[in-house]
Design a binder for this molecule. Structure first.
Ligand code: PLP
Length: 475
């Protein structure tokens, strides 16, 4: 607990310095004043000031106190937008995907490859307690199968929360799934036949590319802008040229690049797809993890006629262990419901009842507020580290929400090799090769910044920077 306190205080102060509340040369409140103001112990403030000193934010002046130091400015550019001409191709990166997935699951060394949330928030204990209470008090065995649509109370909570994303929906129009990946798979199965073309943004979350491959579909990679996401101009051209069957997007904090499609473009996207009568599978799994001051709308908020199938889950906001997600399939409700029945008949009832209870309470909102602030600060710390330790020519995304950052390195660097080297030294990152089927991102990689910054994690980032430097010098 004490460790969390000083780390949090250090992060908050770093943030205030970044935002100019304290300027270069300003004196920070004395240790005693700060302890009183923050209602923490003197040793907590001492440790927090020590952390800020180590990170180069402040310096101690003998007999005078702590002062804000001049620091290097953020010198890193954002990643470039790909400019390839889209062409439909079968996907084929599964071997490396499984290797990366297994390495992450082994939880050895410093794992920064998986897009998982921080697992040290108090909500996890609360979920665990609610599981224990409800397992004792509710009847969840001896009741046969749940309905294919899922537990009503849980769907009710999802419908209630969808309003924040501009989606007004009845619980009757929602189907629960075993996570977002399962929801997307059900939708793709319903909407496509082998050989069909699916338009995806590029770079694209590799789980989706794998799904496209396994279902015998072809992916058409549409370039995405690092800030605004899927290029509508490129999509329009592709629609004129290819018989696209369905489009798929993570419009709100895409994985891996963290882009956010503005509302006008979300509305425009639905209009364009309407002209070609094409459905859109929207993956909104990161939507609640915004760094700005309000929850961005889902694309589905702009969908008057049910062509958007919105998929999401609790994997990124609470824990992927829950394997609990949902789909709002619009006009494809019956077909998706039937597909879920074919795949798994129904989900277990208990986790849905538990999460309905958790979501109905204020603690979930408190948790989201805490998580968003925490992730925003943790990304800021990553940016500092990368500014300090990565060579010239490194580009890094500025995610507007979510859990991951995307790095673009000079083209000489092969990040699959970097992945193997890092892995051998106990550091896990996600190589860029996974995020495309046309080999475009072999000089890029993705890193999770959501976990708390320990000295070990900071060292891992430092080491990656060092390995990139060495690679550049040797080539
Ligand atoms: C964009 C995106 N969609 C879906 C998933 C999988 O979500 P779930 O664990 O709910 O199946 C991930 C996990 O990394 C993801 O990044």
């Amino acid at each position: 607990m004490e460790m969390n306190l000083y780390a949090r205080l250090a992060d908050q102060l770093a943030d205030q310095i970044r935002e100019g509340v304290f300027r270069v040369g300003d004196k920070l409140p004395s240790v005693r004043q700060m302890a009183k103001k923050q209602q923490v112990s003197i040793s907590t403030v001492n440790t927090a000031y020590g952390v800020l000193e180590d990170r180069g934010w402040i310096e101690a002046r003998p007999k005078s106190g702590y002062y804000v130091r001049k620091r290097n400015e953020d010198r890193l550019a954002t990643p470039t937008q790909t400019r390839h001409t889209p062409k439909p191709r079968p996907a084929n990166t599964s071997q490396l995907v499984m290797e990366v997935q297994r390495d992450a699951a082994a939880r050895k060394g410093v794992s920064m490859s998986a897009a998982i949330p921080a697992l040290d928030f108090p909500i996890l204990k609360q979920v665990q307690r609610t599981f224990a209470q409800m397992a004792r008090s509710k009847t969840f065995l001896g009741i046969g199968y749940d309905s294919p649509e899922g537990v009503r109370e849980f769907r009710h909570q999802i419908a209630r929360r969808a309003v924040d994303a501009g989606v007004f929906i009845s619980p009757e129009c929602i189907i629960t799934t075993a996570g977002c990946q399962n929801a997307m798979a059900l939708c793709l199965r319903v909407l496509t036949q082998p050989g069909d073309i699916v338009a995806v943004e590029s770079p694209c979350y590799y789980g989706l590319l794998q799904m496209i491959e396994t279902f015998g579909l072809k992916a058409l990679e549409i370039p995405a802008h690092p800030q605004t996401g899927l290029s509508l101009e490129a999509l329009q051209l592709a629609l004129e040229k290819w018989p696209i069957k369905v489009a798929l997007t993570v419009a709100t904090f895409s994985n891996p690049i963290g882009s956010l499609m503005p509302d006008e473009r979300k509305a425009e996207l639905v209009k364009i797809l309407g002209r070609y009568d094409i459905p859109l599978i929207e993956d909104d799994v990161y939507g609640d993890l915004y760094f700005g001051d309000h929850r961005p709308k889902a694309v589905k908020a702009f969908d008057p006629d049910g062509r958007v199938l919105l998929c999401s889950s609790l994997s990124k906001t609470i824990d992927p262990q829950l394997r609990l997600g949902w789909v709002m399939p619009g006009r494809y409700f019956e077909a998706v419901s039937h597909r879920k029945f074919i795949n798994s008949i129904a989900l277990p009832t208990l986790p849905q009842m538990v999460m309905a209870e958790v979501l109905s309470q204020g603690m979930y909102d408190r948790h989201l507020r805490q998580a968003r602030e925490c992730y925003r600060q943790r990304f800021a710390r990553l940016l500092d580290l990368v500014n300090e330790h990565f060579p010239e020519g490194t580009r890094i995304s500025r995610p507007q929400g979510g859990l991951v950052a995307w790095f673009e390195l000079p083209r000489k660097i092969d990040t699959t090799q970097l992945y193997h080297r890092a892995h051998a030294e106990g550091v896990m990152l996600a190589p860029g090769e996974l995020f495309s089927i046309s080999g475009q991102y072999r000089h890029c990689f993705r890193l999770n910044y959501a976990q708390g910054w320990s000295p070990e994690r900071e060292l891992a980032v430092r080491k990656i920077g060092q390995w990139v430097r060495e690679e550049l010098q040797s080539s």
